[in-house]
Design a binder for this molecule. Structure first.
Ligand code: PLP
Length: 387
């Protein structure tokens, strides 16, 4: 059997084969497959902004004036005033000196980390950090250590033993973990960063738009903006659009412009997207009730499920139901689908082996009635076991 067939066969045998699921339409909390309508708990459109008329209008206006593509990278002729306008806005929103836009969160993490560190340096990364962070670390060539999820003692032990052997040192964490829905002990991480003379970078992909008084993220909520060297995040989740940003000092921004290959060697993000991103920041600033309503509903869902004995985790709009076996997670997800609920099973290697789960992404569209409906469906399906 050839290498490709063997790989696919093994994946299928272990219930780990990934397949695509084309939707015919998606919006307002629902997703449609093959003409059937499902409640959508698989979307990162947390604030319901992807269909917002103001985002559409902003993008349309720019399409009429500039067309679609930027036709070149930022360092050639693809750089427009609007990119700089978004960079100023995102820097102000996040409370940092300077901002730089990236074409996706994946490209941002890969580019930032691989340009900050190199052979002879060391990176300490939370074990549950996103694949894009891991890939950036591997590309950097630096030595790296993965500390147990949110385990300060483990990180401290590693720092004590290893920090002194390397030049630059970087600590990386997410501020809302994408598959756990929880937060890191950020203040203590900052204390360790200071004690051991490290840089710290955080990924606010799932926190941007949701946490903090202004809605800019967990760093703002914890009043640690000054202390975090590099903050990245995306426009592709709560902000309902596409692309990513990094905010930092002006010097670090200039360094990335000169060093970061995923920034330098890629066509600039299209202007209709840039215009929509600007508008979504405005909405987040103006409409704090969206995130407050969302987080209240998430607390309600988590509490009700825990009362019923479900193993649910996290403290955010991401509510993972931990199931364990991959096969059981697939089975339960299919049962949910039969009941009109779309929530995907998350399996190895996205999460550790034996910790397969169904990840519920709660959004602004999920009213209490919808959540009660979900709880009823879950109570029914939980009584049906595979065995
Ligand atoms: N960082 C985290 C924590 C994520 O969950 C994701 C998205 O899945 C990314 C980065 C990548 O962002 P994007 O989808 O914009 O490439």
């Amino acid at each position: 059997m050839g290498r490709i067939e063997e790989f696919l066969h093994k994946r299928e045998e272990s219930n780990l084969l990934r397949v695509l699921h084309p939707a015919t339409y998606k919006g307002e909390g629902f997703i449609y497959f093959n003409g059937k309508k499902y409640l959508d708990f698989s979307s990162n459109d947390y604030l319901g902004l992807s269909q917002h008329p103001r985002l559409k209008k902003a993008a349309k206006r720019v399409i009429e004036e500039f067309g679609i593509g930027c036709s070149a990278s930022r360092l050639l002729s693809g750089d427009f005033d609007l990119h700089h306008c978004l960079e100023e806005e995102i820097a102000k929103f996040k409370g940092k000196e300077a901002g730089l836009v990236f074409n996706s969160g994946y490209q941002a993490n890969v580019g930032i980390i691989s340009s900050l560190c190199k052979r002879g340096d060391v990176i300490f990364s939370d074990k549950l950090n996103h694949a894009s962070i891991i890939d950036g670390i591997i590309m950097s060539g630096a030595k790296f250590f993965r500390f147990r999820h949110n385990d300060l003692n483990h990180l401290h032990t590693l720092l004590k033993k290893e920090r002194g052997k390397f030049k630059t040192s970087l600590i990386v964490t997410e501020t809302i973990f994408s598959m756990e829905g929880d937060k890191p002990p950020l203040r203590e991480l900052v204390r360790l960063k200071e004690k051991y003379d490290c840089l710290i970078m955080v990924d606010e992909a799932h926190a941007t738009g949701i946490f903090g008084e202004k809605g800019s993220g967990v760093v703002e909520e914890e009043n640690l903006t000054e202390k975090i060297d590099i903050i990245m995040g995306t426009f592709s989740k709560a902000l309902g659009s596409f692309g990513a940003y990094v905010v930092s000092s002006e010097k670090v921004k200039q360094y990335f412009i000169n060093k970061c290959r995923s920034f330098i060697y890629s066509t600039a993000l299209p202007l209709p997207i840039i215009a929509a991103n600007l508008e979504s920041i405005n909405i987040v600033k103006e409409e704090s009730q969206r995130r407050k309503y969302l987080l209240e509903n998430c607390r309600y869902l988590r509490r009700r499920l825990q009362e019923k004995g479900f193993n649910v985790r996290g403290c955010s709009q991401i509510v993972p139901w931990i199931i364990g076996e991959e096969k059981q997670a697939i089975y339960l997800s299919n049962l949910l689908q039969k009941e009109g609920v779309r929530a995907f099973p998350i399996r190895f290697p996205t999460v550790p082996k034996g910790e397969a789960r169904i990840r519920f992404s709660v959004t602004y569209y999920h009213t209490r009635d919808i959540l009660d409906n979900l709880i009823n469906v879950l109570s029914k399906t939980d009584q049906i076991s595979l065995h």
